[in-house]
Ligand binder design. Structure first.
Ligand code: HEC
Ligand code: HEC
Length: 281
């Protein structure tokens, strides 16, 4: 059978034997194509893409007279006892000139109002709805112009964000305190870096730009708005959703690539079995 023309089953086996490596190569190429969207892109190319994109972050501060008036009432009822009627300080620190992002962060994460001034403020269900929170922000922000470096409430557009970049920036700038999985950790002096699993996109950007409590703040010279958006995308994505539901842990390369891995393993396996059975026949 070896010298004569191959018999029909042997030909089929031969075709399988040549088709299998071919399939592997095609599948591997496709995975490569989908798995490394950022690594494949050169730095200059991604810079160009970014320049065309809309601003990754816009900062705004509520300031209508109605909001300021409503915020004044809420502030006197809930904050003045510690921060003073004009927010210049008391048991709690002076809030004037801190900027809208700082006020929004502390109120929207439920840290304020504080019950016990002696312990670190922690995240808890916020006392106020979004509109009331913005009213309080408007009132405090109206008392004094924000100091240099203080920003408005960030709205983050992660559509053009680079996840791989966000990951390396996170590892470099955040993981030391919040851990690599973002689940938080104890720091010195009874302080702790909280979990990042609950923060909204705006709150992540606010924390980065304002440095609450013992956290350092990062200005535009340390992290550009695009880099902040990259980190936000990484926190809102892989950090907050570590298990891609039902998927295999392939480094989060996405359902398309995972589909091809499935194809490769599944179809490849079937072909191997067929080949092995053909061999035995
Ligand atoms: C029981 C006292 C108390 C009440 C009530 C209270 N605070 Fe505070 N606040 C504090 C203390 C103490 C700190 C400093 C806490 C810390 O750093 O962990 C603080 C910190 C803050 C900060 C951060 C200041 C900075 O320099 O970063 C903001 C903003 C703030 N409070 C806003 C408010 C607002 C708005 C209210 C009302 C909704 C409020 N607080 C109610 C005691 C209070
Ligand atoms: C030196 C340690 C340290 C570093 C570095 C650090 N943080 Fe923090 N972070 C803290 C601490 C401490 C708090 C809590 C502040 C408080 O409540 O008093 C915090 C709070 C936060 C919160 C609020 C979480 C919530 O749900 O209330 C977010 C979001 C956050 N950090 C994100 C980041 C990101 C993103 C980076 C990297 C760019 C970073 N942090 C770097 C220590 C750190």
């Amino acid at each position: 059978m070896s010298s004569a023309a191959p018999s029909a089953p042997a030909r089929r086996r031969l075709r399988l034997a040549t088709a299998l490596p071919g399939l592997v190569v095609v599948a591997a190429a496709l995975i490569g194509l989908f798995a490394s969207p950022s690594a494949a892109r050169s730095d200059t190319a991604s810079q160009a893409l970014r320049m065309d994109a809309t601003a990754p972050i816009t900062y705004s501060a509520p300031s209508s007279p109605q909001q300021i008036a409503a915020g004044d009432v809420l502030f006197q009822q809930n904050c003045a006892s510690c921060h003073g009627a004009d927010a210049s300080g008391g048991v709690g620190p002076n809030l004037r000139g801190l900027g809208a992002a700082t006020i929004d962060f502390w109120v929207s994460t439920g840290r304020m109002p504080l019950a016990n001034a002696a312990v670190q403020a922690v995240r808890k269900p916020p006392r106020f709805n979004r509109q009331q929170t913005l009213d309080i922000v408007a009132y405090v922000n109206s008392l004094q112009p924000p100091a240099p470096g203080r920003v408005g409430i960030p709205t983050v557009d992660t559509a053009g964000a680079n996840l791989a970049e966000g990951q390396s920036l996170f590892v470099l700038n955040c993981a030391a305190c919040h851990t690599i999985t973002g689940s938080g950790d104890a720091l010195a002096n009874n302080f702790s870096a909280p979990t990042l699993h609950k923060a909204t996109a705006t709150q992540v950007a606010e924390a980065i730009r304002t440095g609450p409590g013992n956290m350092p703040w990062f200005g535009p010279n340390e992290l550009t708005d695009q880099q902040v958006a990259d980190i936000v995308a990484y926190v809102k994505g892989p950090i907050q959703h570590p298990d891609n539901a039902g998927g295999v842990g392939l480094g989060g390369i996405g359902p398309v690539a995972e589909g091809f891995v499935g194809l490769l393993v599944g179809v490849g396996g079937i072909m191997l079995i067929a080949y092995w059975q053909g061999e035995r026949a």
